[in-house]
Design a protein around this ligand. Structure first.
Ligand SMILES: *Cc1c(COP(=O)(O)O)cnc(C)c1O
Length: 453
């Protein structure tokens, strides 16, 4: 079992970054460690997969982040997806300022909640009703409770390498052998809880059919990332989502499509629509982009299923800050700025960066593979298609660590793990892209350099 409850457990020490590169960050990390486990409030921020000192950021503007040492970076993480318009976008800033000036939280319904729900329902056809929450974790946790309440069944099926937040029953990994019960992936998750989850290899229709043939009448739902982005970007094989829809429907289980990462990022709706407009999940979850950098998330779907939620129905779900007026103002302003021109620009920018990264790595002789879901892409440090978590794990993590630190030194902030998507924003202008392209050849050479010379 991994002591690190993220699906990104690989650790590689590199010597590329030392405290002297970032003295103010290093000093804050030391203070943070005294009062916060690991000095961070979410594990991947600690740079354990790449080594070195995590950078404490002081400000963000457009495509740039500035750390507490005053160094500026082109940001290719975008807060792990939400900052689709770039940092401190003027329209969102205005919306947040004017919402905040009217009060921070009422604990009552308010107009922005209605507007944000209407925006989501208008963009995503399968969503007839939506409930707002504060994080993607809450969204998937609530969707699963609702699926269990609707079906009266308890088992949940998920895929190895898919991340749905730190929900107990979803923090599990595959046991040995096909279709066995899951094992806890974190200390503190009871084996009984993990036993309610079945973990399958992704993109494997035979395994899917086998588990439903054996246990179908006990399965409440299958939850899947619409296109996986938390083991690097691994889109569903052609026909795979259709198979999920067919098999769950045959067995009376709900299909829950987790679009917390892809929703409103890879298109106006999200991944939904890429594989046919008639391919409707029963429930969907959202977060990240729809909060515009504030804590707002949602789950929604079929009206007859959503009707089971309290106060109309027997499935309890609630939240003190759900539909928070400032967060919903940020989310609404963000979605309203996410038009077709923005999505076209994201594709253009991500294509330019991915092509240059691939060229630089090829020139340096570093085996790699680029994979896409809309404008989300990741660079795997291995050759050949990545279709499953086992594939994704076969990477040269040390080469990625050298590449990451060379990019960081050159002023480009990449995700600090080889198991992540790279994200761009509408604020990534030509000057920002140029800075990334200029950094790539040196970083590719660093990745190739095993230190023997
Ligand atoms: C980020 C993410 C979550 C969890 O969202 P939080 O807001 O971090 O709780 C769930 N599912 C997917 C697919 C995600 O990418």
């Amino acid at each position: 079992m991994s002591p690190d409850p993220t699906p990104h457990a690989s650790r590689t020490a590199t010597s590329a970054s030392t405290a002297s590169d970032a003295p103010a960050s290093a000093a804050l990390l030391e203070r943070a460690r005294a009062v916060t486990p690991g000095g961070v409030n979410s594990p991947v921020r600690a740079f354990r997969a790449v080594g070195g000192t995590p950078r404490f950021m002081a400000s963000g503007r457009g495509p740039y982040l500035t750390d507490v040492d005053g160094r500026e970076y082109v940001d290719l993480v975008c807060s792990w997806g939400p900052m689709i318009l770039g940092h401190a976008h003027p329209a969102v800033l205005d919306a947040v300022r004017s919402a905040a000036a009217r009060g921070f939280s009422f604990g009552t319904p308010s107009e922005n909640e209605v507007l944000l729900a209407e925006e989501i329902v208008a963009r995503v056809d399968p969503v007839q009703q939506v409930r707002l929450v504060s994080s993607g974790t809450e969204a998937t946790m609530s969707a699963i409770r609702l699926a269990r309440g609707f079906t009266g069944r308890s088992l949940v099926v998920k895929f190895a390498g898919h991340y749905h937040g730190h929900v107990d029953s979803l923090l599990v990994s595959a046991g040995s052998g096909l279709a066995t019960f899951a094992l806890p992936d974190s200390a503190g998750v009871p084996a009984e809880m993990a036993a309610e989850t079945l973990v399958l290899p992704y993109n494997d229709v035979d395994a899917l059919e086998a588990v439903f043939a054996a246990r179908g009448s006990e399965i409440a739902c299958l939850v899947t990332e619409a296109a996986a982005g938390n083991m690097g970007v691994v889109p569903p094989d052609p026909g795979f989502t259709q198979a999920l829809r067919r098999v769950t429907a045959e067995h009376g289980a709900l299909l829950v499509s987790d679009e917390v990462m892809t929703g409103f990022r890879v298109s106006r709706a999200g991944w939904w629509g890429h594989e046919g407009l008639d391919l409707a999940p029963d429930l969907m979850t959202f977060g990240k982009v729809m909060g515009g950098g504030f804590p707002a998330a949602a789950f929604g779907g079929r009206a007859d299923v959503m009707a089971l939620l309290a106060p109309d129905g027997p499935v309890y779900q609630a939240g003190t800050l759900s539909g928070n007026p400032v967060a919903t103002a940020a989310g609404l302003a963000t979605l309203r700025a996410c038009d077709d021109a923005l999505y076209a620009r994201l594709r253009e920018v991500s294509s330019a960066i991915a092509a240059a990264a691939s060229d630089a790595l090829s020139a340096a002789g570093v085996p790699h593979r680029v994979q896409w879901a809309g404008s989300m892409f990741s660079v795997f440090f291995r050759e050949g298609a990545v279709r499953t978590y086992d594939d994704a794990r076969q990477q040269d993590a040390a080469a990625f660590g050298r590449f990451f630190h060379a990019m960081l030194d050159a002023g480009v902030y990449l995700p600090p793990s080889a198991f992540e998507s790279w994200f761009v924003s509408g604020a990534h202008d030509d000057a920002a892209v140029e800075r990334v392209l200029a950094a790539l050849p040196g970083a590719a050479a660093a990745a190739a350099d095993t230190g023997r010379g």
